[in-house]
Structure formats: C-alpha cells, structure tokens
Design a protein around this ligand. Sequence first.
Ligand code: PGA
Ligand code: ZN
Length: 426
Amino acid sequence: AITDLAANEILDSRGNPALQVTLTLEDGTTAVAGVPSGASTGAFEAHELRDGDNTRFGGKGVWQAAAHVTDTILEALRGMRADSQREIDTRLIELDGTESKSQLGANAILGVSLACARAAAAFHGLPLFQYLGGSDAHILPVPMFNILNGGKHATHGPDFQEFKLVPLGAPTFAQALRCGAEVYHALHDLLVAKGLSANVGDEGGFVPELPSNEAAMGLMMQAIERAGYKAGEDVCLGLDPAATSFFADGRYRLERDKLDLDSAEMTAYWAEWVDRYPLVSLEDPLADNDWRGFAHLTSVLGERVQVVGDDLFVTNPRFLSRGLAEHCCNSILIKPNQIGTITETQGTARMALRAGYTCMVSHRSGETLDTSIADLAVALNCGQIKSGAPARGERVAKYNRLMEIERQLGASATFAGKTAFPRFGQ
Ligand code: PGA
Ligand code: ZN
C-alpha cells in the first residue's frame, strides 16, 4: 500500500524546472518518476501547472504542482495498492475534476501515475515493460532518430522541427541504434566538411543554416550514404514539421523557402517530398486545427506514408475518435504528459492500434532521465519510438534502456523492423 509521496523541483534538459515524484510503499519499496515538458505543444494538451511567479525561473517553477502531490494527492491515495493503476488514475482524475487536469496539474498527476506503475512493478519483481504489458510484451520498437533539428527546437535552423532517420532494415534494436549513431556522426563530419554549423538543438540533432528546407533532406541522404548504409533499404526517413508552429491566419509560412502556402499547396509540397525521398513517416504535416486538410492529405498520401497525428490528437481519445471518423491520419503519436495518466495513455494507444492505426511512443523536447517511455513502447508492442538524436544523456537514456530490455528478453525479443510500417517500407 502507498504510504508516502515526495515531490521535488528538478531541472529538465532545457534547464527549466520539472517535477520529480518519489513514491513509497509500506514495505519500503520506493520508485521515482520524472515528468517531461514540450515546446511545440498542442493547444489541447493536458495542463502543465507552472507557478507563474516571475521572480523564479521566469514563472516556470513547479512548487504548486509539487505541493498538490504531497498534500491533496497523498491524502487521497494513502493506503491504496500501487498495483491498482486504473483505480489510482481514476481517483486522480476525479480529484482534479477538470477536463484539462488544470486543478492539480497534469505534471503532478502524471508524476504520481508513473511513480505508482514503477513502484508496483518493483513490488512484484517485474521490469516495468512486463508489468505494464504482460508476458506478451516482446517487440522492440524501431527508433526514429531526430538528427537534424529546426522549428521551435532550434534557432536559425530549418522551418521544420525534426528530420529523422528510421533504421527499419536493422535486425535488432542494438544494431538500429548503432546505425543511428554512425549516420549521426557522418552527418557531423559532412557539416564540418561543408563549413556548416554542427551545433545542436533541443533534441540533440544538428542545426545547420541552410538555404532551403529541402537542403536538409539532401544532407540526410548524403549522411546515410557516407556512413555506408543504403537509403530506402537499411534506413528510411521520417519528418515532424510540427506545422502548427509556422501556421498563421490560414497560411503555412516557410521562411527558408520564401513560400506562403494554403493547406492544399502545403499538401502538394509534401507529396513532392514523398515522391523524391524514402519517407515512411510524416508527423503533423499540417496545423492542429486543419482537420479538413488532414483528411485530404491522408487520402492523397496515406497509402504511401504513415501520417502521424501529434498536436492534432494530443494522445486524447476524444480527438482520436474525431480523427477516425473523419479519416484524418493513419498513425498517432503517444505522449503520456499530453493526457496525464498511464491508464489513459495506454487506452488511447490501444484504441488507435485496434482501429488499424500505427502508434509511435514519444519523448518531449524537454526531458528528464526518466526512461518510462522505453518500457511503455515495449509494453504496447507498438513497434515505434522517438527519443531524439542518438546523443545527449536524456535522449540516449531511453535508447540504452531499450538495449537493456532487448538483452533481458534474449531470444524472445523481436525487433519490429519493417513490420512496424505495415503499408510501407516493405
Ligand atoms: P515537443 O516536440 O515536445 O516540443 O512538443 C515534440 C514533437 O512535436 O513531437
Ligand atoms: Zn510532433
């Protein structure tokens, strides 16, 4: 049974305050969870509670969220079994009482929800992925390595947020990780050779100043070749333009390309890239209120590329339902802190998988050393994860955890590879 909760303000990978929750059980078992934070957030994400006291961390402190954990939440959960995750999460949701979890803060709620899962796993002597996913959890996800950063995660970079390597041809997760690291270093050397900046953005990818957005695609292709891999076979590409970040007044404004496009023109732009490059995944190619545009884009490109809803769905079953009804996307990004509890996160992912959507578990641009998303991806057997570049401690913590899980599973570990993309990359 739960006997104690502690909450601390720590720093995330961007140097902003983040919440860390420690949960203690009657038998002395303790578990720690860290809560991440996004920069290009969806408008309908669960509410991240910040103190708003501008004399501390520019208002970004999380003392209030911490106090909710140690006062209201501890009071409500004390004595409950940690392994009653659904009951605990339901109690947290009721206790908060708002649609957006703004009363207690989604950061407070997720920290507790995650710490519960970790404590229960430890109590039962199970690794987290097995506690959450049962004995069938055995699929190691294809990692999407964000090796070239732009948008809101960088300055002076491309308009698009993430240019990703997708090593779906590798035989194991460990070899996919090696491929990612080797191409990452090849890109570094290529940038240096061209006299371009090899400084990095929030997720560890390089941020060169380029004359056009497409120039970044050219660099990706060259880096793959330079590292000795075959584009389209060993490694494909993925993109997360995070299009809401360059959308205003009904127009998509691409500064690097000096273009000002409507929704149909933006879709035509992506169609050309799908023709020219081995793209298997296209996330948030349009803005998060452009539902009609998404339906159109999915009908045009959905047979050739995975169209992933991140800001559009915000891991929320309500928005996913609308997407299913209106045929928007064929894939969903899963971020626990967009919705706020483990139970809801797994529920949304399973709903998407049942509907035939693919599913990618995701970190946030502001991260802690918490590795739960690695376990979550294996628990869901969903076959895809993104955790940034194969570099920087908070990013590789997740990838290293996946290698550990692969070793633990031994012969029963299966790397998702091309099967993670049922319609593409075959
Ligand atoms: P965020 O970016 O964590 O800043 O929201 C990640 C993403 O858009 O997928
Ligand atoms: Zn995204």
